[in-house]
Design a protein around this ligand. Structure first.
Ligand code: HEM
Length: 535
């Protein structure tokens, strides 16, 4: 409408602390403060006076400075930047941010570890969050991803369990930032769908050298929708321009002691020094007609689509070029949500994604103090401005003008009005039919083939690192039966891997190992492979 400048709004310019001419200190009520060192007392050596509103205000505010940290991904670092598409993707999506190669869409990206507390060390063995907020002309689009392409579990119903198993143990809050403990391994050796992600976690991918050396993945299969309403499946990838590099275990441990802010510092310094980290957006696009042609289920988040089968098309660039001004206001208060999508993008029925669509907004209601956290500057959409009939609630800042906050209303001509169908968000018309049922789809049954594929794709030093990681982690597990169960599970991944870890742990390969899990030959059918690689 000509009134809203997307980049300007995303710069948060209007929200920064205003400078007065002399920068004189005041209370929150604007009263000038004369002495900021001493409380007001009854006599030089007397008690502090109750009426000292200057002291009370300062102390009260300090007492309430903290908000709850995130239940997962509490430790994070973030930066501003932009995304730009190389050429129009109108043939596969109508999403506005993918149409015009001259348009720069403002972004805010937060990297994180998943397990540790807000003050834990950067260089630990963990999955890293890679959450991207795109302030598009059609609203906020979040790709809330990780630096590994698969996830531990297939159904979100298990998320509280995996997190309770992974987090420090509840009786003594040990370990602070590590998966090397009994409850984690007890869980993952029984919930065998975790084994693919677990081998990624034992690999060098869990020890990134820098955020700028990490890949990012949307993990779930999403949909792209074009202007005709035709939908295709898509996996989102972020490919670091500097390439993927990891630390080795010995470095990780020393750095965690000597410089716990290692990754955070580098991100900050690189941006301050003009060495802007960059990633290319990659897409793996699959036609709807091919949904059932894979030997795994596209709705199963413990599976990736091998790049040899469906190549990653690089379609645009993400550049991070500005550090936040306030860690709290921006990095701590930012609220990502996988349900934040824009027209041209849609969900699938992945049961892990479906649960996330509920969880993020729900947790942010308590983390960020009520239903108005979308008004916090970092979370506000840019253009168009927000407008609806929602009102009031804790911390409401918008001063809505006018008499009506309902529709249909005859007093204000029904303003605001719903958009025309082709300008707003409309879900794809997917037919959904079935009995209510609480059951895992049989198409999710193969828990090991892709773990084997991953192991076989590793070079010799990388395999050595994986063996060392399993051996170290399990050496921290007190219950020997859990160690044995892991070795049993590894027999389903690879016999040599299992033997090497068993030997390091002083265990034997067990003939009780359950090798009855369904496994598929993960080689793609030649015809399908050819169809996608030729594109
Ligand atoms: C953060 C839930 C799976 C990536 C969070 C938070 C919750 C949550 C409650 C804290 C959010 C906040 O306080 O603002 C879940 C649930 C999942 C799930 C219920 C599965 C059922 C995943 C998966 C990924 C992921 C599969 C990656 C693809 C992240 C990231 C953050 C996060 C990157 C940090 C966002 C930030 O930087 O603020 N998740 N999560 N999560 N989650 Fe998940």
């Amino acid at each position: 409408d000509g009134l809203c400048d997307n980049a300007k709004v995303a710069s948060l310019e209007g929200f920064r602390e205003r400078k007065s001419e002399q920068d004189i200190m005041t209370t929150n009520q604007g009263i000038k403060v004369v002495d900021d060192d001493n409380s007001e007392k009854a006599g030089e050596r007397g008690p502090t006076l109750m009426e000292d509103f200057i002291f009370r205000e300062k102390m009260t505010h300090f007492d309430h400075e903290r908000i709850p940290e995130r239940v997962v991904h509490a430790r994070g670092s973030a930066a501003h930047g932009y995304f730009q598409v190389y050429k129009s993707l109108a043939n596969i999506t109508k999403a506005n941010l993918f149409q015009d190669p001259t348009k720069k869409t403002p972004v805010f990206v937060r990297f994180s570890t998943a397990q540790g507390f807000r003050g834990s060390a950067d260089t630990v063995r963990d999955v890293r969050g890679f959450a991207v907020k795109l302030y598009t002309d059609e609203g906020v689009f979040d790709i809330v991803g990780n630096n590994m392409p698969v996830f531990f579990i297939q159904d979100s119903h298990k998320f509280p369990d995996i997190v309770h198993a992974l987090k420090p143990e509840p009786h003594n809050e040990i370990p602070q930032a590590s998966s090397a403990h009994d409850t984690f391994w007890d869980f993952v050796t029984q919930q065998t769908e975790t084994q693919h992600m677990v081998i990624w976690l034992m690999s060098d991918r869990a020890l990134p050298r820098a955020y700028a050396n990490m890949e990012g993945f949307g993990v779930h299969t999403f949909r792209l929708v074009d202007a005709k309403g035709i939908s295709r499946f898509v996996k989102f990838h972020w490919k670091p321009v500097l390439g993927v590099h990891s630390l080795v275990w010995d470095e990780v441990q020393k750095i965690a002691g000597k410089h716990p802010d290692f990754n955070r510092q580098q991100l900050y310094d690189d941006i301050e020094n003009g060495k802007y980290p960059e990633w290319e957006l990659g897409l793996q696009v699959v036609e709807e007609a091919d949904e059932h042609k894979f030997d795994f289920d596209l709705l199963d988040s413990t599976k990736l689509i091998p790049e040899e089968l469906v190549p990653v098309q690089r379609v645009g660039k993400l550049v991070l070029n500005r550090n936040p001004d306030s860690y709290f206001a921006e990095v701590e208060q930012v609220a990502f949500h996988s349900a934040n999508i824009v027209p041209g993008i849609d969900f699938t029925n992945d049961p892990l994604l479906q649960g996330r669509l509920f969880s993020y907004l729900d947790t942010q209601l308590s983390r960020l103090g009520g239903p108005n956290f979308h008004e916090i500057p970092i979370n506000q959409p840019t253009c168009p401005f927000r407008k609806n009939n929602q009102r009031d609630g804790f911390h409401r800042q918008t001063i809505n003008v006018g008499r009506t906050s309902y529709s249909v209303n005859g007093i204000n001509n029904n303003l605001p009005q719903p958009a025309a169908r082709n300008r707003g968000f409309v879900s794809i018309q997917e037919r959904v039919d079935g009995h209510k049922i609480r059951k895992r789809s049989p198409s999710f049954a193969d828990h090991f083939s892709q773990a084997t594929l991953f192991w076989k794709s590793m070079s010799t030093p990388e395999q050595d690192h994986i063996v060392q990681a399993y051996s170290f982690e399990l050496s921290k597990v007190g219950h020997v039966f859990i160690r044995q169960r892991l070795v049993d599970q590894l027999q389903n991944v690879d016999a040599t891997l299992a033997l090497r870890v068993a030997t390091n742990l002083g265990l034997k390969l067990s003939d009780k190992a359950d090798n009855g899990f369904p496994k598929t030959d993960v080689k793609p059918s030649p015809a399908l492979s050819q169809a996608y690689t030729a594109k």
